[in-house]
Design a protein around this ligand. Structure first.
Ligand code: PMP
Ligand code: GLU
Length: 400
């Protein structure tokens, strides 16, 4: 028998369910099965042409050497320019570190600020990677549960009671993955007022979906509250706004001491990220922005479509997401029901049933700390969404 040589640190991590479901659906597709993939959250659009052209140019101009650890100065200036233009925030390039996607930037920030035994408050349902990355950093995730009746948002009172002597950070995601909920300016103000009483808490704002917003109101960054600005870290990147998931460019914009620590860590772990992708991201931030609005409009149309179709399925409880590209219906109506062959007892069962019987890939709410729910990513064509919802309705109807 082989010795168990995997570290406890990695053994205690859950695998990413979003990526696992997507992989399973791709394997079924490769085997010739007509699966509609509503599992992984990524724009289905191609990266805009001017951004791709900038990458080709970067290769031709020999941007092929190591880049500075925190990223090219020109890219960090472009990000500072974006933060000023779009969010009214002032950041120096030294406060910005470019990582391999927002996921990596977040992982590095957590490793830079957490010690063993610290606690991190995570409003839940939450994106799959938050709890696992917190654990990787030796800290303990403290999940604050919300449900569809409060539009999946935490109140200031809930936040206050979740913060204890060991709390070192809060991770807030708005617009949210997996729920699509968006905190209004007033709701953010109420949370900030509570946070003023807890100066030991670093606020990590995951704003990766800032542009995929249907409120009709401007996006409000958590970085724009002066009372907490000196302990707020923004996480963002080009994956969602510019349809650039595969390029792997994200960043943190942070107080200088945190940015410096992140850069030190990155210097040992990865060095500067892909030089070519950095030049592409620079073009994204400095080039024409119409593409962002065009994609946003398409997502809004699909949001309306998926909400209309899902609302017509009697056992699903649906809210109207105001951002991102996820629908997060409550599905517990189906628990305990059976199609005569198998009984559904959890959202993981339901996701598997829909994959195998309806050939639609979704992600179980369990993956996001919300066992009564199911996540559907509607970053897919109108035709695919319509057909997927027809199949789901038909499969759910058979559960008695
Ligand atoms: N945060 C949230 C909430 C996400 O949904 C994603 C998507 N994977 C990320 C961060 C990471 O994005 P990326 O690493 O592609 O920049
Ligand atoms: N953010 C996307 C999702 O939630 C991409 C997959 C991942 O990195 O988790 O599906």
């Amino acid at each position: 028998m082989r010795m168990d040589r995997i570290s406890n640190r990695v053994k205690s991590l859950a695998a990413s369910q979003t990526l696992a479901m997507s992989q399973k659906s791709n394997e079924m597709k490769a085997a010739g099965i007509d699966v509609i993939n509503l599992s992984v959250g990524e724009p289905d659009f191609h990266t805009p042409a001017h951004i791709k052209a900038a990458a080709v140019k970067a290769i031709d101009e020999n941007y092929t050497f190591y880049s500075p650890v925190p990223g090219y100065l020109s890219l960090r200036k472009a990000i500072a320019g974006k933060l000023s233009r779009e969010n009214g925030l002032t950041y120096a390039p030294e406060q910005i570190v470019v990582g391999n996607g927002a996921k990596h930037a977040l992982a590095e920030v957590l490793l830079a600020i957490l010690n063993d035994g610290d606690e991190v408050v995570i409003p839940t349902p939450a994106w799959v990677s938050y709890t696992e990355l917190v654990k990787l950093a030796g800290a303990r995730p403290v999940e604050v549960l919300t449900g569809i009746d409060s539009d999946f948002k935490i109140s200031a009172d809930q936040l206050r009671s979740a913060i204890g002597p060991r709390t070192r950070a809060l991770i807030l995601c708005s617009p949210s993955n997996p729920t699509g909920s968006v905190y209004s300016a007033d709701e953010l103000r109420a949370l900030v007022d509570a946070l003023v009483d807890f100066p030991q808490v670093t606020i990590i704002a995951d704003e990766i979906y800032e542009h995929i917003l249907y409120t009709g109101k401007p996006f409000v960054s958590l970085g724009s509250f002066p009372e907490i600005a000196d302990r707020t870290v923004l996480i963002n990147g080009v994956s969602k706004a510019y349809a650039m998931t595969g390029w792997r460019i994200g960043y943190c914009a942070a107080p200088a001491d945190i940015a410096k620590a992140v850069s030190k860590l990155q210097g040992q772990m990865t060095a500067g990220v892909s030089s070519i992708a950095q030049k592409a991201a620079e073009a994204a931030y400095t080039g024409p922005q119409e593409c962002v609005e065009e994609m946003r409009r398409a997502f809004e149309r699909r949001r309306d479509l998926v909400v209309r179709l899902a609302s017509g399925i009697p056992g699903l409880k649906v809210n109207k997401p105001e951002g991102a590209f996820y629908l997060f219906p409550e599905v517990s109506h189906y628990f305990g029901r059976s199609d005569g062959r198998r009984t559904i007892v959890s959202s993981a069962d339901l996701a598997m049933y829909l994959l195998e019987e309806a050939h639609v890939a979704t992600v179980a709410g369990d993956a996001f700390g919300a066992p009564g729910y199911l996540r559907l990513s509607y970053a897919a064509s109108d035709e695919a969404i319509t057909e997927a919802m027809r199949r789901i309705a038909h499969a759910l109807e058979r559960l008695k």
